[in-house]
Design a protein around this ligand. Structure first.
Ligand SMILES: Nc1ncnc2c1ncn2[C@@H]1O[C@H](COP(=O)(O)OP(=O)(O)O)[C@@H](O)[C@H]1O
Ligand SMILES: Cc1ncc(COP(=O)(O)OP(=O)(O)O)c(N)n1
Length: 268
């Protein structure tokens, strides 16, 4: 049987733990066929990002149109978009496709090692061009601060951040709490402005969380591609990423990747 399809519009991670590599292995783990529109090639390993080169915006557009016109897209996600020009090209292309599928926007601004993955002028383009077209946006706490100026330190400021982010026009927001300090649990807050749903899970003691945000967003995208509602897709994504963090492995001298290998019948 032909599986459902999910499109990732994102950058390549040479270390294989984040970016399109994380998205494709997560789609695979969900039995969803992954389609790719590559935006940039990063040079990175477990110690950080050494640099990146963007693709021309018209090449990004051409990739999206090629797969959408021939294979069909059941859901899409954006990750590293690198520049305002690429963001504008992606927004225009999605409009031309008629917004027929759910769109998850992970507003990737920097790697966890603090290296920029987005040109300085591009944050405003994400806010104005992509958020109003998004079914769901999934910022981490650093991205929340960059986008709204709000520092999330507790559940009250997490809720205030969700409300401020929804004002940019997405239908849903998931404020991820992985970087919240002083909490024994990991609490992500999902909201559409009416419902506020706290997703609480264990906080695992590990330094190996590379690719966590990409893996969560692509797990949610895969469930949306299979027809789940946003709350159900996010709840399933949270369960999926928890297990991936629990099974994360060391690789290289720095931060190792989260692992979806636990879905395989024999993962050792
Ligand atoms: N140590 C951890 N244990 C369990 N879950 C975690 C841990 N760190 C992050 N998560 C979860 O992984 C997902 C990604 O979160 P976060 O780290 O905030 O985003 P990002 O990877 O984009 O910086 C969230 O669902 C978060 O709750
Ligand atoms: C090419 C590429 N895209 C995205 C990221 C950031 O991924 P994320 O899941 O947020 O993981 P960490 O950077 O937190 O490890 C990336 N590093 N590279």
């Amino acid at each position: 049987m032909t599986p459902r399809t999910a499109l990732t519009i994102a950058g390549s991670d040479s270390g294989g733990g984040a970016g399109i590599q994380a998205d494709l292995r997560t789609f695979f783990a969900h039995g969803v066929h992954g389609l790719v529109a590559l935006t940039a090639v990063t040079v990175q390993n477990s110690l950080g990002v050494q640099g990146f080169t963007e693709l021309p915006p018209d090449v990004v557009t051409a990739q999206i149109k090629a797969v959408a016109s021939d294979m069909g897209v059941n859901a899409a996600k954006t990750g590293m978009l690198a520049s305002a020009e690429i963001i504008r090209a992606v927004a225009k292309t999605l409009d031309e496709l008629g917004s027929a599928f759910p769109l998850v926007v992970d507003p990737v601004a920097a790697s966890m090692t603090g290296h920029a993955l987005l040109r300085e002028d591009a944050l405003e383009a994400i806010r104005t061009e992509l958020f109003p077209r998004a079914t769901l946006i999934t910022p981490n706490l650093d991205e929340v601060r960059l986008l709204t100026g709000i520092s999330v330190v507790d559940t009250a400021s997490q809720r205030a951040a969700a409300e401020a982010l929804l004002a940019f026009g997405s239908r849903w927001v998931l404020v991820k709490g992985g970087h919240m300090t002083g909490t024994p649990e990991c609490v992500d807050l999902l909201s559409d402005g009416r419902e506020f749903i706290s997703l609480t899970g264990p906080r695992y003691e590990t330094q190996n969380t590379h690719g966590g945000g990409d893996t969560l967003a692509s797990a949610i995208t895969a469930s949306l591609a299979k027809g789940a509602s946003v709350p159900d897709a996010v709840a399933a994504g949270k369960k999926f990423i928890e297990r991936c963090v629990a099974e994360a492995y060391p690789l290289g001298a720095g931060v190792g990747p989260v692992s979806p290998f636990w879905v395989l019948p024999q993962s050792s």
